[in-house]
Design a binder for this molecule. Structure first.
Ligand SMILES: [Zn+2]
Length: 119
């Protein structure tokens, strides 16, 4: 049984070595450039969300508020999925960080906002 391999970029049938993936350098470069562009787009989107989270926490602390409702954060576009680290000084008492700012759950709806190195 013969297995025909196709170029990963253009789909043309490949001839030559069995481990060949692309028909030429142009296809190889286009394939990898496309992957890098997509990777860059995903990373920019995540970084934008992390910066937005940090800005929200920063502005909150600037205003002197230290305890905040979940609903308030959500209304301002805070994304609880995006954090840079989790510090857990005591078991079951995590602090979720967005760079140098973070929040500690006080109960289901309230958080204490902190800035490193407070924890
Ligand atoms: Zn090709």
């Amino acid at each position: 049984m013969e297995t025909r391999m196709c170029c990963l970029e253009c789909g043309e049938a490949l001839r030559g070595r069995i481990d060949k993936k692309f028909c030429n350098e142009t296809c190889r470069n286009q394939f990898h450039n496309r992957l890098n562009v997509e990777e860059g787009r995903v990373m920019r989107e995540i970084n934008r969300g992390l910066r937005r989270n940090r800005k929200i926490l920063f502005e909150l602390m600037e205003s002197g508020k230290r305890t905040i409702q979940r609903s308030w954060l959500l209304r301002r576009g805070f994304d609880f999925e995006l954090i840079t680290a989790v510090h857990e000084k005591q078991a079951g008492n995590p602090c979720f960080l967005c760079y140098d700012f973070g929040y500690i759950p006080l109960d289901e709806n309230r958080f204490q906002v902190i800035r490193l190195p407070e924890i």
